[in-house]
Design a protein around this ligand. Sequence first.
Ligand code: ATP
Ligand code: MG
Length: 465
Amino acid sequence: MVSGVNERRSGNYPIPSSVSMILGLLESSGYEAYIVGGAVRDMLLGLNPHDFDISSSSYPDETIRVLEAAGIRHIDNASVHGTVTAITDEGNIEITAFRVDGEYSDLRRPDSVRFTRSIEEDVRRRDFTVNSLYMEKDGSVKDITGGTEDLEKGIIRTVGDPEERFGEDALRILRAMRFASRFGFEIEDDTFIAMEKCAGELNRISAERIATELTGIVCGMHTSSVIRRCWKIMSVIIPEIALCHGFDQRTKFHDRNCLEHILAVLDGIPLEEHEGARPSRDPVLAMAALLHDLGKPECFRINANGVAHMKGHPEAGRRISERVLTGLKYPKRFTEEVCRLVEFHDVYTPPERPAVHKVLCKVGPDLYEKLKVLQKADIMAHSELGRKRLEKLEYMSVIADELKQSGAVFASKDLEISGDDIIALGCPKGPEVGKILDALFERYLDGDITNSRDLLIKSAKEMIS
Ligand code: ATP
Ligand code: MG
């Protein structure tokens, strides 16, 4: 079935000329050639594709001959699943031969691939109907699986039997969630049932592949409704989510169970607009929102008066976050920032300069900007009584802004005195130097001295003598 959908495709983002040119070259050499996958889906949604993949009935050596005859530079990746990469001024374009995937014995990559001239065979290896549309260079769409209708209705449905497809490659389970989160699509029921059934297989998928999808899931606009529906699947990756599901916090500061509170916090992390793409959330903030209260169930206690509390949950949350993010091999810096946000999410100081200054030193003045956003989203997801804390947050942030604008420093190394100065004042080299610097910094934070070199030298002298 070929449906003419030029009007919709022509929305904002036309097909780049290098892509049309390559499609034209392959066609005039007697092959079928289409744009396929995410680029077609995105153009039909009026979005700007971030890359273009071409699928063709030409086999890799034939594709290379066509490119060479036209003088187009290329990289021969044919041994990697039949892909040839054309290098153009508008970026790299992957041209993949129609193919049939063999067995997935490692649940990751097919053991073998076989090239075919048949588009009907090629489509069967693709994950979802909305990712299985083939676009010709005039913008008309070849739709073999009903993807156009699913795209219009906003439905994620596997191509073929869902259990079989998730059985071949369990990563598709998370891909379904990522697309649902990004586009607000509904996962079709049979697809969803199979996702839950096959979720255990995610344990066999590599950490890096899971991490990429997980970030996409939490950053998407519709993440809360996806996690609400798919919490069992999420729990395969992060088991503490199952403990938070339905967990009654039994405090007057909350009117939601623990997981619902977490989802409300995720919703409260602001969306950022991007030209030609769906709005999304900052990954560090979104991940911290997901993880911030996972330590609550293990810290839950009821005191002698029958009142519940969850003291220590930010520290427990930090431990859980560290384990999860390190296990998924997130970059060190990302892990550390998320962990620090989780650890400090519940810190509200009195509205006094030294107290706020100390928090900024521990969190870091830049990351504090994110902490403020997380804390606000957290407070707004509390009961009316709990929301009273907003005032404290506002005081803290006014003082933090004043501190930053006044040129305050946030680490002892930034004081107007150095270790060499301390040694020059007669302190022997060694750990004592660091201790004096720390003590000076403490006095500075307490407001006893300013960051003036003369004053610092004077204080250091007193400490040494
Ligand atoms: P994105 O916007 O995230 O790039 P995409 O749909 O383009 O989305 P890619 O990973 O770039 O995703 O893959 C391109 C196409 O290849 C998909 O649209 C789909 O048709 C197919 N595909 C990718 N990964 C899989 C998979 N694990 N199983 C089956 N088909 C897949
Ligand atoms: Mg893509």
